[in-house]
Design a protein around this ligand. Structure first.
Ligand code: 5GP
Length: 217
């Protein structure tokens, strides 16, 4: 099978990171692309695991060097997907799951048309606000900025092929898993399909040798 990138986007607090983590913990056919960011680490976040935390200068240098498959400024910080990360996961024979914003998703899809775009919707504005407030470590201004940006991010939903409402986490995870399975079965993603079908036809024909033809239907 030909492996492909899967992009999860949602307004901050939409739950996409949790969904990605759950899938990564349960599916061996998935790997995570660790992005670069200029924002400071939050809580227990680890460099090289959650993000590659870079200074603005270091980020700009990598951007100029053509290292990013896409990059964007989100909530005042720079974020970018490394081409090398995407390639590393694909080379391991896994789909690449990516948690990127709506601008990045659009740019990435233009460069990699085989990628699958999933928008994770919060069930209500109230739930979104509560989730953001509960995990907000950056003060009320950052919270307000993320809420304002959420409005714009929601308007980008038309660029996405799939929408999952994250009301119940288990159900949302199961839905993204179902999308992955369905996309994996797309004819265009099956490697050597023609050869496989040719072998099947040859075997059927061998089995038919010597069997009288049935009357035409
Ligand atoms: P956070 O700072 O909460 O981890 O992420 C903020 C936003 O940046 C989220 O919408 C997240 O999806 C997005 N983001 C994370 N990594 C990337 C990336 O590599 N590229 C882009 N374009 N957005 C990213």
């Amino acid at each position: 099978m030909i492996h492909f990138p899967v992009i999860l986007s949602a307004p901050s607090g939409g739950g996409k990171t949790t969904i990605a983590r759950r899938l990564l913990a349960t599916r061996k056919d998935l790997g995570y692309s660790v992005s670069c960011t200029t924002r400071a680490p939050r809580g227990a976040e680890r460099d090289g695991v959650d993000y590659h935390f870079l200074s603005r200068d270091a980020f700009e240098a990598r951007r100029r060097g053509g290292d990013f498959a896409e990059w964007a400024e989100v909530h005042g910080n720079l974020y970018g997907t490394l081409k090398s990360e995407v390639q590393r996961v694909l080379d391991e024979g896994r789909h690449v799951i990516m948690d990127i914003d709506v601008q990045g998703a659009k740019a990435f899809h233009a460069a990699f048309p085989s990628s699958v775009l999933v928008f994770v919707l919060p069930p209500s504005a109230e739930v979104l606000r509560d989730r953001l407030a509960a995990r907000s470590t950056e003060g009320p201004e950052a919270l307000a900025l993320r809420l304002r940006n959420a409005r714009e991010e929601l308007r980008a939903i038309e660029d996405y092929q799939y929408v999952v409402v994250n009301e119940d986490l288990d159900r949302a995870v199961a839905q993204v898993a179902a999308i992955l399975d369905a996309e994996s079965a797309r004819r265009s993603r099956l490697r050597a399909l023609e050869d496989q079908v040719a072998v099947l036809i040859a075997e059927i024909e061998r089995g038919l040798d010597g069997v009288p033809h049935a009357a035409a239907r």
